[in-house]
Design a protein around this ligand. Sequence first.
Ligand code: S3P
Length: 430
Amino acid sequence: MYSISETKRFRGEITVPGDKSISHRGIMLGSLAEGDTYLHGFLEGADCLSSISCFRKMGIEIERDGSEVTIHGKGLHGLKRPSEILDAGNSGTTTRLMSGILAGQDFSSTITGDDSLRTRPMKRVVVPLSEMGASIDSENGCLPMTIHGGSLHGIDYVSPVASAQVKSCVLFAGLFADGKTSVSEPAISRNHTELMLRGFGASVFTDEKKHFVQVEPEPVLRGQDITVPGDISSAAYFLAAGLICQDADILIKNVNTNPTRAGILKVIEQMGGKITYHNRRTVSGEDVADIEVMSSSLHGTVVSGDIIPALIDELPVIAVMAAFADGQTVIKDAAELRVKESDRIAVVTENLKAMGADITATDDGFIINGGRPLHGALIKTHKDHRIAMSFAVAGLGASGTTTFDDTGCVAISYPDFFDTLSQLTGKSLN
Ligand code: S3P
């Protein structure tokens, strides 16, 4: 069992693994493209490996040597009926994005997943895909789900949630439809699908002010050479730790700073955090920078509204930062946190309270009165990778020792997380 103790010195230079969202999309679009697609810096996390395994089961040859991946695409209509159930493991992204592709196939297929994924809502993709003409069997809108694909109609879908998974699912189905397909959402969610679809040669129209995206059907997608930037959701833990530890100066190289993902950087500035950007550049259509972060005196803030989708996965670690900040932080409009790998509103509250923080859960977020000294506790991760990593950060700033009931879950998105953490603390963690 890992344990973490209070740490002041936190110094060094690191890179974080490849972006999870981009890695998934690279596998999927590479499979639907004609010719080979090369992914450099692919995330070797369990979620992205689930995407590889599902597309292999549909006849796509995918070679992987660490983070170097080659996909031998078979074109838009090249997938084969899988002879087995498609197992998405813990991965909501694999499930929801792949559902859109499966809806456009002239075969039936079944997707399932682990205990956590089988409780997560799939009605949000069943509704638009059914409207497009797919027939889907699922029990109570959860996995396992059998998709009877076929001829699809283009639709104009007004999504009730700002969700890149829903948006991407509908856009992917739209590639197989008989006319244009559009999605409008209540706020802009991450736009990697739109960027990558264009890169592969699809015709995509976006109106950012209206949170609107439209795709034309039947594109010829061509294999691409893609360099996957470092995942800001993984960098977030080190950014937070750098701000909290009292003697910190770290450089995180090659981080994706796409504005539809990088809301945490704005929140850090709002809270008085010291960050500096170096070497800003564009890599494979995505904004990238090296980010330096130093110990800072943080103060409370309000995180709400349209920025929420741009930092949804970072809210657990933002809550941890808020516990170390002076004054009150209010996080609202984030009810989606309740349907992630765990109910992150309940689980963050439970664990921060165990460490002595003043936090109240609300229906759609938290109210945190920061600045109370935290102490070590036993963290219950609920096998949620982002909870384990967020509370490793909390443990660095808390007195005493913080232990975890499970840390294996970090392999979902960041298998080497604890090694990188000990590189920066200079301490072995177990
Ligand atoms: C993701 C979208 C987000 C995010 C998830 C990855 C994606 O989910 O939480 O980790 O790659 O599209 P929602 O679309 O459900 O908000």
